[in-house]
Design a protein around this ligand. Structure first.
Ligand code: PMP
Length: 426
């Protein structure tokens, strides 16, 4: 039996010794993880439908990934890239093989913020332009540069950030002024390039389904039109696949493929390492070459241990056919959530793809009034039933359902039944 500190003691220590900006969703002690489940200090099981914020891709403590990490750690845990090691090269090759077009050159870093920082720098170096465009409601990181790309007041301090970053209208089919017409939102991007930049830009960042923003899938046709405008202005198109990558959307391996576009730079993090600190910037040899004009270095990026983990994740995704699984379980879940929407007026919108879904709660369907308090309360009640979901969106009124990709049909049914139960009792 467990004899270490209990949840209340840990909470007290966090309060005293950790920065108060760190927020807490679940006050239970997450002691152990096994695939889609977490266990607290009393051995109680929770269905983790948020995967540590979409980070655990193939499952908590997936045995293949754990074995790869343990084996590599016993042999050699760390070198920097100034030593020759096979793991980083083999893994880069395997990752590049998953990319379309000429996206063949990888730089490994440790977090999504770092990856987007690097993508921004590459775009500026390559184009010789400075202006960068992102979408409102985007989340691209918390470093000073990426906080500037992020477009949520919730996540911004009043410190210097985001020089040269502009935010365009978000092609949000549910809340946006042009509904699901991607081309009309793209007009706003064209207008911004003309009116607020020198006419030449460095790049355009986007998620294809906004994660922190509440599983907002960009209006159809938007990315094709936007990429065209960006490229005519000399800019690079940068897809942030930190949440949407690796088959999670079910229909495609990469989120951007759902809109039929091929970016110039792709940034990866979170699910890439099933929870290990690993991230990557993938681009073409021509764009990558611009960084060779100076030395560049990252101490931990692509170390043997994380490379072994990342490579193992790719193998598991294949051997367990996770993309197909995300498609079938995701479709079932969407179907059931839409039926739940018919039953409960509180659900204003159900959206997403595969295992990247959002359920937006409103107190008035016509006015789309965010049901923020209800979302917070229901999240607590779900937790009491042993179900952990995420919360997001500008108004914190969207349930984010992004479980480890091993989430089963039965888990999906249990989740929806639990939601039905707590909503019925509200
Ligand atoms: N991009 C997206 C789409 C994200 O969701 C996040 C993290 N929530 C980041 C970038 C930043 O990643 P990190 O926290 O690893 O810096």
């Amino acid at each position: 039996p467990y004899t270490g500190p209990r949840a209340d003691e840990i909470l007290a220590k966090r309060k005293k010794f950790l920065n108060p900006a760190m927020f807490l969703y679940y006050k239970k002690h997450a002691m152990e993880g096994k695939m889609q489940y977490l266990y607290d200090e009393n051995g109680r099981r929770y269905l983790d439908a948020f995967a540590g914020i979409v980070t655990v891709s193939v499952g908590h403590c997936h045995p293949t990934v754990v074995d790869a990490v343990v084996q590599q750690t016993r042999l050699l845990q760390h070198t920097t890239t100034i030593y020759l090691h096979h793991a980083i090269a083999e893994y880069a090759e395997a990752l590049a093989q998953r990319m379309p077009g000429n996206l063949k050159v990888v730089y490994f870093v440790n977090s999504g913020s770092e990856a987007n920082d690097m993508a921004m720098m590459m775009a500026r170096l390559y184009t010789g332009s400075f202006d960068v465009i992102a979408l409102r409601n985007a989340y691209h990181g918390m470093s000073p540069a990426t906080m500037g790309l992020t477009a949520h007041s919730t996540w911004k301090y009043n410190v210097a950030q985001g020089f040269g970053v502009h935010h365009v209208l978000n092609p949000d089919p549910y809340r946006g002024p042009f509904g699901a017409d991607g081309n009309l939102y793209a007009n706003d991007l064209a207008n911004l390039v003309e009116s607020a930049t020198p006419g030449r830009i460095a790049g355009f960042f986007h998620e294809t389904i906004q994660g922190v923003g509440g599983a907002v899938e960009l209006a159809p046709g938007y990315l094709a039109a936007a990429y065209d405008i960006v490229r005519k202005a000399g800019g690079l198109c940068i897809a942030d696949e930190v949440q949407t990558g690796f088959g999670r959307t079910g229909s495609h391996f990469w989120g951007f493929q759902t809109q039929g576009v091929t970016p110039d730079i792709v940034t990866l993090a979170k699910g890439i390492g099933n929870g290990l600190p690993l991230a990557a910037v993938v681009t073409t040899p021509e764009i990558a070459a611009v960084m060779a004009q100076r030395l560049h270095f990252n101490t931990y990026g692509g170390n043997p241990m994380c490379s072994a983990a990342g490579h193992a994740v790719l193998k598991v995704l294949d051997s367990e056919q996770r993309q197909q699984h995300c498609a079938s379980v995701g479709n079932h879940l969407l179907h059931r959530l839409r039926a739940l929407q018919d039953k409960h007026a509180l659900i204003g919108n159900v959206r997403g793809r595969g295992l990247m879904l959002g359920v937006e709660l409103v107190t008035d369907r016509q006015a789309k009034t965010p049901a923020k308090a209800e979302a917070a309360l229901l999240m607590e009640h779900l937790k009491d039933l042993g179900v952990l979901v995420g919360k997001g969106g500008l108004y914190s009124n969207v349930f984010r359902i992004k479980p480890p990709m091993c989430f089963s049909m039965q888990d999906a049914d249990f989740l929806v039944d639990a939601m039905d139960h707590v909503m019925s009792k509200l």
